[in-house]
Design a protein around this ligand. Structure first.
Ligand code: HEM
Length: 217
């Protein structure tokens, strides 16, 4: 669980960094070129298969852990500890994970299906755009279209909030499981985890918000 979690954390770093190119204010040129590089490089396409396997494994491991925890204690605690024993988000990892999964299904439908499968249902194939005589997929234009809907923007922001709380427990917990937990490193890992869990989902959430509010075009 920790290994797949850390791989997904690494994916988020690449994903948020690449997507941040939308703020270059160059009508999506830098972002489209970066996305094209990711979509057309063989090693990265193989890593993409690994990513999807990682997501599925992480879900299966999470479900198994949840069932194991429940089966160990058929009778609940006499006195609920509330936040004194553990934080609410640590006790709600299954729920937060499910919300992220729902977000991911919507998200893959919005961007991955037009990019890789030519679109399904209401989502059309990506339009081409030309830079220096070379053709690219206009994934940026797709983002602008998708984030014109307030409902979609709200769902994305809620997805990012769920991700923030999921990471708040998951980040430090993965490192602890890997054995990186002692007096010396505990504070650094905890602080890095909190910073990561706030900054990365915040930057993600600002993408649909910036587009919806017309801060980038
Ligand atoms: C909220 C702002 C986000 C935006 C604007 C965004 C945008 C995109 C775009 C444009 C793609 C398609 C890339 C391509 O096909 O080349 C994509 C793929 C993907 N995104 Fe996001 N994303 C966001 C947040 C997230 C978050 C929070 C997660 C995970 C929790 C996530 C997980 C994924 C996954 C798994 C893929 C498929 C990756 C692949 O093609 O290999 N995204 N995203």
């Amino acid at each position: 669980m920790a290994l797949t979690g850390i791989s997904l954390i690494a994916f988020l770093v690449v994903h948020v960094g690449l997507n941040a190119c939308i703020w270059a204010n160059d009508n999506g040129e830098m972002f489209n070129k970066a996305a094209h590089f990711m979509g057309s490089t063989v090693v990265i396409r193989i890593a993409e298969v690994g990513l999807f396997i990682g997501i599925i494994l992480h879900i299966i491991q999470g479900l198994m852990l949840e069932f194991e925890n429940r089966s160990k204690r058929s009778v609940g605690y006499q006195v609920p500890m509330g936040n004194r024993g553990s934080k609410w988000y640590s006790r709600s990892m299954g729920l937060l994970g499910t919300l992220i999964l729902l977000f991911l299904i919507m998200h893959i439908y919005h961007f991955w299906t037009p990019s890789r499968l030519g679109g399904i249902g209401n989502i059309q194939a990506l339009q081409p755009v030309e830079y220096n005589g070379k053709e690219y997929h206009n994934l940026y234009a797709e983002m602008i279209t998708v984030f014109q809907s307030l409902l979609v923007v709200i769902l994305y922001v809620l997805g990012c909030i769920s991700l923030a709380y999921h990471l708040m427990h998951g980040f430090a917990s993965s490192f602890r499981t890997m054995g990186l937990h002692n007096q010396r490193y505990h504070k650094i890992i905890k602080a890095t985890g909190v910073a990561f869990s706030i900054i990365v989902p915040f930057v993600f959430a600002m993408m649909p918000v910036s587009i919806y509010l017309g801060w980038i075009r």
